[in-house]
Ligand binder design. Structure first.
Ligand code: NAP
Length: 217
């Protein structure tokens, strides 16, 4: 019997963290029988223009608030402590050194799955972690399955497709809603909503309405 710990990793820019992030982590926790899920805010997301991303402490504070009431969700500052780009492969290497008796499950959405081939050292990422992927309304189940088959064939990856409802919430859209002066109540946990209001976050739309994502890194 495999007695290794099963640890989920919910990595993200979390600008801001929202209810779909939490629901995705919960789906992985339940469906894969994880011991707990680490929430790891990226200090410097490799695929985003740092000018457009809120500072790391602010994003980390929101993550801490969002998971405060769930003992199965654990905050990790592993990427906040590193300088330079927060590459997932480096995080997995560090985590595996810290706990050799654990299997890691990297939790991600469809867009990340479709771009992971272009991340830094995708082969190492997929050799160090199982991928636990949630569907999103922008991809059909057939497209998801085809992508999973391709990654399995190319990288010998272990990928688990989660049973996950379409939750049409994105951090970009939440920033836009705030920027247009509307409320994001009920789309993020209440304490996160209060934090965003008190800190006057996202009141001004940044230059570009869309977060710039470049997956060539
Ligand atoms: P994010 O925008 O905060 O999102 C975090 C995760 O939640 C993503 O996988 C995202 O899926 C998923 N998600 C968000 N809303 C969802 C919804 N409504 N339904 C289902 N899934 C949803 O974080 P991110 O900027 O994408 O980064 C995710 C992680 O990937 C971070 O740990 C980052 O460092 C890592 N990353 C690493 C590299 C690299 O090492 N080179 C490159 C890129 C990203 P989607 O992908 O579908 O948005």
């Amino acid at each position: 019997m495999n007695s290794k710990k099963k640890i989920g990793i919910m990595g993200g820019t979390f600008d801001p963290i929202h209810n779909a992030h939490l629901a995705l982590a919960q789906a992985a926790y339940e469906q894969l029988g994880l011991d707990y899920v680490l929430f790891i805010p990226a200090c410097q997301p490799p695929h985003k223009d740092s000018v457009e991303v809120s500072d790391a402490d602010t994003r980390a504070n929101m993550v801490k608030l969002a998971i405060a009431d769930n003992p199965n969700f654990v905050f990790s500052d592993i990427e906040l402590k590193r300088t330079g780009n927060s590459y997932t492969v480096d995080t997995l290497t560090q985590l595996k050194e810290l706990d050799k008796d654990a299997d890691y499950y990297f939790i991600l959405g469809a867009d990340s799955l479709f771009s992971i081939k272009k991340w830094y050292k995708p082969d190492e990422i997929m050799s160090k972690a199982v991928l636990a992927v949630g569907t999103r309304n922008n991809k059909t189940i057939e497209e998801m399955r085809a992508c999973i088959d391709d990654l399995k064939a190319t990288f010998n990856a272990d990928i688990r497709l989660l049973d996950f409802p379409d939750l049409d919430i994105s951090s970009t859209e939440l920033r836009n809603i705030r920027g247009e002066g509307h409320s994001i109540k009920y789309l993020v946990p209440e304490n996160v909503c209060d934090f965003i209001t008190d800190s006057k976050l996202y009141l001004k739309l940044k230059k570009s309405r869309k977060a710039k994502k470049s997956y060539d890194n």
